[in-house]
Design a protein around this ligand. Structure first.
Ligand SMILES: Cc1ncc(COP(=O)(O)O)c(C=O)c1O
Length: 348
């Protein structure tokens, strides 16, 4: 076992030995000239996998989402998104700062869906009223990070897509962890991606590649996003070295996400037996476990996280007393048991 059990995020995963070997031997070229064969292969493979016409390798999920929003919208338009979503909370307000876009924030319900009444209000605004900013894109997130890795069911996504299509509004999916959703539901990824126009997913989270995300959509959309990626400084040269690991991630790391979900369930069930901890283990659907402490507990969330750190267990504090633990490649059942022992010791 490693000395530290790092459950802060699935972004801490290290590349597998097969990835390192593939990176070492990757065939390379200058991707700004479109001449890196490994990147071209990854992009073609990713587009086919998610059922879209074209795909683009970007350095990060943040750049993938930002490129998508800028490619969908004109300055002054609104990005409709959930109050708990990553784009709104953790991407530096990029669409606003760099794209002149306004965020129209719709409350997220605890399961990651959007409050229906607020969504309808945002969708049905008066297009002839010159006071109002026009909606430019609607964003969904699946699985939903700050809602505890919850899955948006394909039927829900279909319903939202139909509402947006009726109004000619494109839908973008922040699918950073969408393969976790597909694996947990035991469905093909198309069951999810068919209900959006464009999608961003991360190679560098549960799929354990060291760097990179994929943005996918129509040829016309990817042509626009490609120009924006260059503008944002995301045109990389011999980045086939990254793409090689991405190909291994797609080939070998999707099915094993089941292990992460099993470990997260084990962690949630164990934590729920500790009286000071508030957590409904049935709400843990994928690899993210979020819990709070009972108000009578003498520790704050920050104190618990610090005390666990001293015991060699790293978790994240999300604010409002919420603590997050994420399972991933490299975390085995024995680490979960060691984590539960550490939590019990610290709370005692
Ligand atoms: C749901 C979600 N979207 C997007 C991102 C952004 O990815 P990156 O850190 O690669 O920019 C993250 C990162 O944690 C995420 O959890």
């Amino acid at each position: 076992m490693p000395n530290t059990i790092d459950l802060r995020s699935d972004t801490v995963t290290l590349p597998s030995p097969v990835m390192r070997e593939a990176m070492f031997t990757a065939e390379l070229g200058d991707d700004v000239y479109g001449e890196d064969p490994t990147i071209n292969r990854l992009q073609a493979q990713a587009a086919a996998l998610v059922g879209k016409e074209a795909a683009l390798l970007v350095p990060s999920g943040t750049m993938g989402n930002l490129s998508a929003l800028l490619a969908h919208c004109q300055r002054g338009q609104q990005v409709l998104l959930g109050s708990e979503c990553h784009i709104y909370h953790y991407e530096g307000g990029g669409a606003s700062a760099l794209g002149g876009l306004a965020y129209c924030v719709i409350p997220n319900l605890p399961d990651g869906t959007l409050d229906p009444e607020s969504l309808h209000k945002a969708l049905d605004h008066d297009h002839y009223d010159p006071h109002l900013a026009m909606p430019g894109v609607l964003c969904l997130e699946n699985t939903h990070n700050r809602c505890g890795g919850r899955i948006l069911p394909p039927a829900y996504m279909a319903e939202i897509y139909a509402l947006a299509q009726q109004r000619g509004l494109p839908v973008h999916l922040d699918g950073a962890r969408m393969f976790n959703a597909a694996v947990a539901l035991d469905v093909d990824i198309h069951a999810i991606t068919q209900h959006v126009d464009t999608v961003q997913f991360c190679l560098s989270k549960g799929l354990a590649a060291p760097v990179g995300s994929i943005l996918a959509g129509s040829h016309a959309f990817i042509t626009r996003a490609h120009r924006i990626r260059k503008m944002l400084g995301g045109g990389m040269r011999q980045a086939g070295i990254i793409a090689a690991a991405g190909i291994v991630a797609l080939d070998t790391m999707i099915a094993r996400l089941h292990d992460d979900h099993r470990n997260a369930a084990m962690l949630a069930e164990g934590l729920a037996t500790i009286p000071s901890i508030q957590l409904d283990p049935t709400s843990v659907e994928t690899n993210i476990v979020i819990f709070t402490l009972h108000p009578d507990t003498p520790h704050t969330a920050a104190e618990l996280v610090s005390a666990l750190h001293r015991e060699g267990v790293l978790m994240g504090e999300l604010g409002r007393g919420r603590i997050r633990a994420v399972t991933h490649y490299g975390i085995e059942p024995e680490h979960i048991q060691a984590t539960l022992s550490a939590v019990r010791r610290v709370i005692a």
